[in-house]
Design a protein around this ligand. Structure first.
Ligand code: PLP
Length: 397
């Protein structure tokens, strides 16, 4: 099928985004082909046997691999600077596979407290059912990490910046502590995107993405990916994915593959917009506090500058008037949509207390820094002056 030269190691990021993993068929199409096939055929029974025993390196079934999915995996790995990537059907399938492929009964898992609702569910609810000890720490507290990782641990899971409170984890510090405890460090890098932060450069072992967010970037498909060393992907992750079946559809892989071609352009525009929106909100009396790593008022502003190439596309803010004020703001928005999705070209706002984190207990929400006046805004690609005008009129209807 392939006579495309393999990726050049010297390619810079923008070239890797557009051409990484490209694998043209004999038709020599410009745009990557979408292989909507579940199976593959063999010219002989022996060829089938050799495809299964590994003598031949080829596709056997799309639950294991597919040419369009493989292009997406190679391109994302090239952008991230990871040895290998396995794509799955959603961000949560990626988090679940990255964690559950490693752990067994009796293991200890340490995680930062400020997590996306479903990530929190996997660690707090699912893992203990299988006899796994879980420990949550305040991710911003270095001493809490030192204490939690003073015992042998299997894996550490963090989200940085966290959803929705934009807390940062010092990745280099936690990677060192995790490794000293015998643990792998798994980083949910959804908010940062591979454009703004590459956790493996700071010592992380595994990076997970929800491709649903900035990678698609236009709100069309669900998808996810796990990036790690070739050895981890091949020996630990792949058996779990192949046999449990969270396979990514080739159609969704194609949408996200094309999304990667414009990822840096979209992320850079959204970051520039988010910075201006955050500065606007910080100057408003209705807003008690703005959480955005690009503001000097963010408690980890210096860490953001050290470990990220930009502060991200999500802004969260506490309204002085609590839930009533948050609902009033959302209901008066005329341009920005109310939606719990994020990383879209369209700006989207939501109320985490009653949506994304509805099922987290009130005590846990408060411990994560979520209160009833918190609004999360995913800043999109519109003209920033229109976004600011919309927020201004919705704050004082
Ligand atoms: C959305 C999200 C996920 C889950 O991704 P899905 O594609 O919705 O399954 C995981 N982590 C974070 C930080 C997210 O924002």
């Amino acid at each position: 099928m392939t006579d495309t030269p393999s990726d050049k190691k010297s390619w810079r990021l923008r070239t890797r985004q557009v051409r990484g993993g490209l694998d043209r068929s004999p038709h020599r199409e410009t745009s990557e082909a979408m292989y909507l096939t579940s199976g593959y055929v063999y010219d002989s029974a022996l060829e089938a046997e050799q495809s299964f025993d590994g003598t031949l390196d080829r596709m056997v079934y799309s639950r294991f691999s597919n040419p369009t999915v493989a292009m997406f995996e190679k391109r994302l790995a090239a952008i991230e600077g990871a040895e290998a990537c396995r794509a799955v059907a959603s961000g949560m399938a990626a988090v679940n596979a990255a964690l559950m492929c490693q752990v067994r009964t009796g293991d200890r898992v340490v995680a930062s407290r400020a997590l996306f609702g479903s990530c929190q569910w996997i660690i707090a609810e699912l893992m203990p059912r299988y006899g796994i000890e879980v420990v949550f720490v305040d991710g911003t507290d270095a001493d809490a990490w030192r204490q939690a990782l003073s015992k042998p641990t299997r894996t550490v899971f963090v989200e940085t910046p966290s959803n929705p409170t934009l807390e940062l984890i010092d990745l280099a510090l936690v990677a060192d502590l995790a490794h000293a405890a015998g643990a792998t460090l798994v980083v949910d890098n959804v908010f940062a995107t591979p454009i703004l932060q590459n956790p493996m450069e700071l010592g992380a072992d595994v990076v997970v993405y929800s491709g649903t967010k900035h990678i698609d970037g236009q709100g069309r498909t669900l998808g996810g990916a796990v990036l790690a060393s070739e050895a981890f992907c091949k020996d630990i992750l792949s058996p779990f994915i192949r046999n449990t079946g969270p396979a990514l559809s080739p159609f969704n892989a194609w949408v996200m593959l094309k999304g990667l071609e414009t990822l840096d352009l979209r992320v850079e525009r959204a970051v520039a917009n988010a910075q201006k929106v955050a500065e606007f909100l910080e100057g408003r009396k209705e807003v008690a506090r703005v959480l955005y790593p690009g503001l000097a008022s963010h408690p980890q502003f210096d860490l953001a500058r050290r470990q990220m190439r930009g502060p991200g596309t999500i802004v969260a803010f506490h309204l002085a008037g609590g839930k009533k004020a948050a609902y009033s703001l959302l209901d008066h928005l005329a341009l920005i949509d109310i939606s719990n999705n994020l990383g879209d070209a369209k700006s989207l706002a939501c109320h985490p207390w009653t949506t994304t984190h509805q099922r987290v207990s009130p005590e846990d929400k408060r411990a994560m820094g979520i209160d009833e006046g918190l609004v999360r805004l995913s800043v999109g690609l519109e003209d920033v002056d229109d976004l600011i005008e919309d927020l201004a009129q919705a704050l004082t209807p």
